[in-house]
Design a binder for this molecule. Structure first.
Ligand SMILES: [Zn+2]
Length: 297
């Protein structure tokens, strides 16, 4: 048995879009002692980080840019964490500090994350004036609804409810790209935090993975919507639905119909707004389709 400190046994599986498959990265045992580990990813991407862990820690948690990433066991002596890089995270080098907590001691690992800028496009949109220049009553409503939505993200299910193999909730033409900088009626607005997929009214919308229905709503901007909680800080959102077919607290399976495509809320035509939040980061939903974690299928 080769004796190496856990620090040198750091293995990283990086999911780097379509460029490298997950298994591109070698196993810890193949890394020479003292290897400096660096991962890179773009704004809006998901990275899968795996870590060999000895013994039975009580908790394995990573910290990156003030976010907590809870690692979970995937195999004997191995933990994994999904790292979301927010669409507006500052490009450059950031430290991911992983703490492995045992009853009597704590180990710490540091990984450098090289965060690269994504080249987001500008999207010009024309919308009815009353949907953009909000009166004070509507503004108050929007603020309240935003609070309700964000409270849903406070939920912490201590284990992943998903399995590897995320799917698209509806198939269609992407009509609004994730991250695009939006100019609505000539005014610069917040970047688009999801993908808009155009599909005919009434097309079934399915869950991208298994989880629990954390919120169903009918809000000014989002229209009728569903928020699914997939555990450990991973949430998916489905907005502008014509109908919602699930209720709060219900468990759903991957591929289960949760609603139908519509144009409720602020929408120019029938489409699904599909958004994903991971540990507080707004990430590109399509980057999840490439996620594969050993032992999670
Ligand atoms: Zn949208």
């Amino acid at each position: 048995m080769i004796r190496l400190s856990t620090r040198t046994l750091l293995v990283l599986g990086l999911l780097f879009a379509s460029i490298f498959p997950l298994n591109f990265f070698p196993h810890a045992q193949d890394l020479p002692a003292g290897t400096h580990v660096q991962l890179s990813g773009k704004q809006g991407e998901v990275l899968v980080v795996t870590l060999p862990v000895s013994g039975h820690p009580q908790k394995v948690v990573g910290h990156l840019l003030k976010r907590d990433i809870i690692f979970f066991p995937i195999a004997d002596g191995e933990y994994a964490g999904l790292l979301g890089l927010d669409m507006q995270d500052r490009p450059g080098q950031h430290d991911l500090v992983i703490q492995v907590e045992y009853p009597d001691r704590q180990e710490e690992h540091k990984v450098t994350i090289l965060l690269m800028k994504e080249d987001y496009k500008v999207q010009h949109l024309k919308l009815p004036k009353k949907m953009v220049d909000l009166d004070s009553k509507t503004l108050a409503r929007v603020k309240k609804e935003s609070k309700v939505l964000h409270q849903a993200f406070d939920s912490v299910v201590p284990k992943p409810l998903w399995r590897t193999g995320f799917i698209e909730p509806v198939q269609g033409r992407v009509s609004g790209r994730f991250g695009s900088r939006r100019v609505i009626n000539g005014q610069s607005k917040r970047p688009h935090s999801g993908e808009d997929i155009a599909a005919p009214n009434g097309t079934p919308v399915v869950a991208m993975n298994s989880g629990v229905v954390r919120l169903t709503m009918d809000h000014f901007f989002t229209g009728k919507g569903v928020v699914l909680d997939h555990g450990l800080g991973l949430f998916s959102m489905y907005f502008h639905l014509a109908d919602v077919d699930v209720s709060q607290g219900q468990m759903v399976e991957k591929g289960q119909t949760i609603g139908k495509v519509g144009a409720t809320g602020r929408a120019t035509g029938p489409h699904l707004h599909w958004g994903v939040r991971l540990n507080g980061s707004r990430i590109d939903p399509y980057s999840l389709l490439k996620v594969s974690v050993k032992g999670m299928s």
